[in-house]
Design a protein around this ligand. Structure first.
Ligand code: NAD
Ligand code: TYD
Length: 355
């Protein structure tokens, strides 16, 4: 059995691939991993799979239809799990073009390739095939303090170029199911954190900056709220949706853990004080309020009752256990951090994999 994963060298995709091949149900399967290795793609995340015949890495763009067609024809996957995206809101504000290209056109390309591939399958394979689209809670827009959390039925109100591009991709996935019958699944997840998180996002940025004695930039008043989920729990949620999710349905995935940004940063500082104290004093001394992000969404929160009710999924980690593991992972992996910071993780690809 084979799955085709896109974006499997990024933060969540690499955690998913490692989790998939470690899980007893899937350890004999093949994972074909299509990733363009943008700045966010890092094959060092998949070092544990080097020389492992169950993982076939293909460097390429999801917008390359001929390549996607070839991979589908050659490997005959039973599912396509689509993570590849431009994913950073701040980058989407300074350069939205890449978001439209990968998130919208890339998803369109995959849907069309999958539709043609799926249409030609035999009945049994056709019934079993799944196109799983990995999306975000940001498509629903921003909540007020006392609004209920996002349910799957919430209207879409994306506010950033990133969330608008993801919303567009969600709509395409929905339409390919409704019009062509393509067996799709969509999951909309809250903010992830954990190992291999690129240090441009809040939690890893705070950890690596604190360890380097650099300032910890908190946007605006730091009172923006996000729901946070440990990345391995996101991987298990996707496995649950793939295994038992109803075709054409959307599942919201979250950690039941709303926190203000400033409290996240203070938690990270306190853990570092405990696990890696600085001679210069508590890390919270480095917290600095900076100019707010334009159009900054105030609050995201997820109602994850549907996935629990239908599929029995709940996160295994609390924020307290997940953030401790995460901080410890960054302390234990200074080489990974150094390679990302110096940019040499990109050289590592050519050293390890040749051209
Ligand atoms: P990431 O930025 O860490 O990784 C994205 C990966 O996609 C990288 O490996 C990159 O090389 C690859 N990629 C980018 N453009 C590509 C293209 N044109 N062709 C092939 N590969 C390409 O992102 P992430 O945080 O791992 O997010 C993965 C998915 O999960 C995204 O779809 C994102 O919208 C969604 N998501 C992320 C979060 C989060 O908190 N990070 C939360 C909910 C949903
Ligand atoms: P981020 O990790 O970029 O995820 P997203 O914007 O997709 O939620 O940011 C999480 C929150 O942290 C968001 O409200 C913006 C804020 N933030 C800061 O305050 N400082 C920073 O340096 C970064 C990167 C984010």
């Amino acid at each position: 059995m084979t799955i085709l994963v896109t974006g499997g060298a990024g933060f969540i995709g690499s955690n998913f691939v490692l989790d998939w091949l470690a899980s007893p149900e899937h350890r004999d399967e093949l994972v074909v991993n299509l990733d363009a290795l943008t700045y966010a793609g890092n094959l060092e995340n998949l070092k544990a799979l080097q020389g492992d015949a169950r993982h076939v890495f293909v460097k390429g763009d999801i917008c390359d239809r001929a390549l996607v067609d070839r991979l589908l024809a050659e490997h005959k996957p039973r599912a396509l799990i689509h993570f590849a995206a431009e994913s950073h809101v701040d980058r989407s504000i300074s350069g939205p073009g890449a978001f439209m290209k990968t998130n919208v056109e890339g998803t369109f390309t995959l849907l069309e390739a999958a539709r043609v591939y799926w249409s030609a399958m035999g009945e049994a394979d056709k019934a079993a095939f799944r196109f799983h689209h990995v999306s975000t809670d940001e498509v629903y827009g921003s909540l007020k303090a006392d609004d209920p959390p996002f349910a799957e039925t919430n209207p879409y109100e994306p506010n950033s170029p990133y969330s608008a591009s993801k919303a567009a991709s969600d709509h395409l996935v929905r339409a390919w199911h409704h019009t062509y019958g393509l067996p799709v699944l969509t999951s909309n997840c809250s903010n992830n954190y954990g190992p291999y998180h690129f240090p441009e996002k809040l939690i890893p940025l705070m950890i690596v900056n604190a360890l380097a004695g650099k300032l910890l930039p908190v946007y605006g008043d730091g009172q923006q709220i996000r729901d946070w989920l440990y990345v391995k729990d996101h991987a298990s949620a996707i496995r649950a949706v793939l295994a038992g999710g109803r075709v054409g349905e959307v599942y919201n995935v979250g950690g039941w853990n709303e926190m203000a940004n400033i409290d996240i940063v203070k938690t990270v500082c306190a853990l570092l004080d405990e696990l890696h104290p600085s001679a210069d004093g508590p890390y919270a001394r480095l917290i600095t309020y900076v100019k707010d992000r334009p159009g900054h969404d105030r609050r995201y929160a997820i109602d994850a009752r549907k996935i629990e009710r239908e599929l029995g999924w709940r996160p295994a980690e609390t924020f307290a256990t997940g953030i401790r593991k995460t901080v410890q992972w960054y302390l234990d992996n200074p080489e990974w951090v150094a390679h990302v910071q110096s940019g040499s993780y990109r050289d590592w690809v050519s050293q390890q994999y040749g051209s």
